[in-house]
Design a protein around this ligand. Structure first.
Ligand code: KG4
Ligand code: ZN
Length: 359
């Protein structure tokens, strides 16, 4: 089955053609992230207007790259939520128009659930440990994105149960807000990761930062990152104040100091994510762990999972998509649609900005 998928839930405009949920024939992503840089974050109206301009060229490019045409597409798939209303509407209305003209059915897709299906496509470069192993069920799936931090039990590729999620901020949000606080603009998680790579938070910098690991050791499968964000703010202000009357004033803003903060932010977030996920894996006696969503692109997080599993001598297999399929893309939308979607006519299709992810 050949699916043309469309994804416009946030600031990306993406389209992909995927066969049988696993074979990528094309994958096109246009982002307006650079445009939002000067505002320090995504401006919904600006994102939607940009998406309106790029949606048609992106879809045509996806069809061209796949060397196909609408008539050879079996089903359309489109993200209907959760996300920004203006952005979602661009994708949904475009999909409805294509369906009206071509007579193809549409599969509405939940963006957050779709993230985890990036682990099932044949990408060639995803992280699979042991090498080449496909995910075994039951599995625990952690979706970590800008707006969500959710744990699911997967009894099969179709059978999902939500186990827990964040009570306040998402892990990606914590990365993003910390990045802004430390002066990395809207660079978000990648900026924190890059700065952290320059630091070891060791004694050589004369600066030690210790941030909390919220809810890491409790028995729930929920998360909380807003306290961590506040702690970053408090420590950062404390550091600036304590240096404001000394000759170290300039130093407090040096990239070295920022790197120490970034390192500890990344350590705190990744510690919590790994511990909670392993806790869930143990509780449900699963065979695999699946990681997905934008934060899954974080190298430290991927490495921490691997090293922790190795230290535990665990038999669990570990899976993470290639970096390009961690952040928003339409390939995951197509894969989810194939494995778990239900086709509908275009008439009743609509966008749900607050679509629930607790299933
Ligand atoms: O899934 P995604 O592309 O969009 C949403 O559905 O939200 O995730 C975006 C999030 C942002 O918070 C971004 O800072 C984070 O993923 N992210 C990262 C990395 N790359 C993207 N966080 C940490 N390290 C990264 N390398
Ligand atoms: Zn996403």
């Amino acid at each position: 089955m050949r699916i043309l998928a469309i994804e416009t839930s946030c600031d990306e405009t993406a389209a992909a053609v995927v066969e049988d949920g696993v074979k990528i024939l094309s994958n096109i992503i246009a982002s307006s992230a650079a445009m939002h840089e000067k505002y320090g974050g995504i401006v919904p109206e600006v994102a939607a207007r940009k998406q309106l301009e790029s949606i048609q060229p992106v879809i045509h490019e996806a069809l061209d790259q796949a060397k196909t045409h609408y008539q050879y597409i079996d089903v359309l798939a489109v993200t209907v939520g959760p996300g920004l209303i203006g952005s979602l509407l661009v994708g949904v209305e475009t999909a409805k128009t294509i369906a009206f003209v071509t007579g193809k059915p549409i599969i509405p897709v939940n963006h957050v659930l779709a993230h985890m299906y990036a682990n099932f496509v044949n990408s060639g470069s995803g992280l699979r440990k042991p090498q080449g192993q496909t995910p075994q069920f039951p599995a625990i799936s952690l979706v970590v994105s800008g707006g969500h931090t959710e744990l699911y039990l997967m009894r099969s590729i179709k059978d999902l149960t939500w186990l827990g999620g964040t009570l306040d901020d998402a892990a990606g949000e914590c990365f993003d807000k910390s990045a802004r606080l430390l002066g990395f603009g809207s660079g978000g998680g990648p900026a924190i990761a890059a700065a952290a790579a320059k630091s070891t938070n060791d004694k050589s910098t004369n600066l030690q930062i210790k941030l909390p690991r919220p809810m890491m050791d409790d028995n729930s499968l929920n998360f909380s990152f807003s306290g961590l964000k506040t702690a970053v703010m408090r420590e950062w202000k404390k550091h600036q104040t304590s240096n404001s009357h000394t000759s170290d004033v300039k130093d407090s803003h040096t990239s070295e100091v920022k790197s120490v903060f970034a390192y500890e932010v990344q350590e705190a977030i990744t510690d919590v994510l790994v511990e909670k996920t392993l806790h869930a894996a143990k509780q449900y006696r699963v065979k695999s762990i699946l990681l997905s969503g934008g934060v899954a692109a974080n190298t430290k997080l991927r490495e921490k999972f691997l090293s922790k599993l190795e230290a535990l001598n665990s038999k669990l297999s570990f899976h993470a998509p290639p970096v390009a399929l961690c952040t928003d893309n339409a390939v995951s939308i197509a894969s989810y649609a194939y494995f778990r979607g239900k086709a509908e006519g275009w008439h009743g299709l609509t966008a749900f900005p607050d679509l629930s992810v607790e299933i």
